[in-house]
Design a protein around this ligand. Structure first.
Ligand SMILES: NC(=O)c1ccc[n+]([C@@H]2O[C@H](COP(=O)([O-])OP(=O)(O)OC[C@H]3O[C@@H](n4cnc5c(N)ncnc54)[C@H](OP(=O)(O)O)[C@@H]3O)[C@@H](O)[C@H]2O)c1
Length: 362
């Protein structure tokens, strides 16, 4: 502890602090911010409907372990996958704080953790975003560059990395490819249409309702089908017409149960189906011989398989940040909801009421 040797004066105090900052300052500046003991969080004790999303105002703030950062979340993303963990479609231990991504300020740093400082503005991908604070692996956190808002990052982080990985690696989309993308006005879809157009693909987007279809069209999609309308119900026929009877080179299907059979029909001979979600329910077990007549390839990717290493994670986050910074990729926030309204966000997502990405302000 610094012990004053001389009588204090403003000049001496400044000099003293320069040589040896008082402990309290050093702690605040370099090790941790002032962090409360408890916080607001939404905890799911057991699987079920939106009613199991229980807000508590006295959840213990986590302590970052080795390799972790404690982030004070400014904004968190809400993804359809969160509903799968809520219902139990995807198993995860409960009680659980849902939310796979957040953006905010590093409030404290765990032991043996390098590359970050308290006060850094970061985005992270892990679990526990429906809370004021989250302890997250530093390996899955990244500093947000100047000039990009937390909101823009959250509207495109998990969703955008998913799209980038799936169009670059799962099926490397080529200029001139016909691509069918379902739920094209959603969190992932809104970004996908823009990214696919930038790659030179011919894009067919499906969406439910006139407003969503107009949004998809405004992004430059070549063909937009309202698959909930009377006219668009037979969307396979429209896809075939648009592609001269051939079918598309690739289908990106995250709707699942309601679309998978149509997707098999709409894909061309030797085409690919990238099935990556279950918005309408899971696809039933698929008999492999169904793929034979057209020699179809099926992929069932998950983003996390493409960003496992730090190198992969940084590659895709840099790609995304460059697209955002250059203005090539626009984001669309459906609405920023307060943490208290989390059940409503899930209802809106499952009720197909969202366009673009819903965000949560913890
Ligand atoms: N595999 C991965 O790693 C990965 C990563 C990210 C996302 N995903 C998947 O990608 C999909 C999109 O995710 P997102 O967070 O961006 O969600 P989203 O697209 O914003 O929301 C889902 C959309 O699916 C459509 N949908 C069709 N049938 C539906 C039904 N019966 N119930 C509810 N929605 C239905 C709705 O759009 P319309 O009204 O236009 O039909 C709805 O807006 C999800 O299936 C998600 O699980 C997978």
């Amino acid at each position: 502890m610094f012990r004053p040797l001389l009588r204090s004066s403003p000049r001496l105090t400044a000099l003293r602090n320069h040589i040896a900052p008082p402990l309290v300052n050093r702690y605040t500046l370099f090790h941790t911010m002032s962090v409360p003991k408890t916080m607001k969080a939404v905890v799911v004790e057991q699987t079920g409907g939106p009613e199991v999303l229980q807000l508590t105002t006295s959840h213990p703030v986590p302590t970052p372990k080795a390799g972790e950062l404690l982030v004070r979340n400014n904004i968190s993303g809400v993804n359809f996958i969160d509903t799968y963990f809520r219902t139990g479609l995807y198993p995860a231990p409960k009680p659980e704080i849902l939310g796979r991504e957040g953006a905010g300020i590093v409030a404290a740093i765990g032991p043996e953790t390098s590359g970050f400082q308290v006060g850094d503005r970061v985005a992270w991908m892990a679990t526990g975003g429906y809370a004021e604070y989250t302890a997250v692996p530093a390996a899955k956190s990244v500093k947000i560059p100047e000039g990009i808002s937390d909101e823009d990052v959250m509207a495109s982080f998990l969703s955008g990395l998913t799209v980038l990985a799936f169009v670059k690696e799962t099926y490397p989309v080529q200029k001139g490819d016909w691509v069918l993308f379902h739920a094209a006005a959603g969190g992932a879809g809104f970004l996908a249409v823009q990214i696919l157009k930038a790659l030179g693909a011919k894009v067919i987007g499906t969406a439910g309702g006139a407003e969503k279809c107009a949004l998809v069209k405004s992004l430059g999609a070549d063909v937009v089908i309202d698959y909930r309308s009377e006219e668009g119900k037979d969307w396979v026929k429209h896809v075939k017409e648009a592609t001269g009877g051939r079918g598309v080179d690739v289908v990106y299907d995250s709707v699942g149960q309601d679309t998978w059979e149509g997707s098999l029909e709409a894909v061309k001979r030797k085409g690919t189906i990238v099935w990556f979600g279950n918005a309408s329910g899971p696809v039933p077990p698929l008999p492999l011989p169904k793929l034979s007549p057209k020699c179809v390839k099926i992929a069932r990717p998950t983003l996390f398989g493409y960003i496992e290493t730090r190198e992969e994670f940084e590659y895709y986050t840099n790609e995304l940040f460059n697209l955002l910074k250059s203005g090539q990729l626009k984001t669309k926030i459906h609405k920023v909801y307060p943490l208290e309204d989390i059940a409503q966000v899930h209802k809106d997502l499952e009720g197909r009421k969202t366009m673009g990405k819903p965000l949560l302000r913890p």
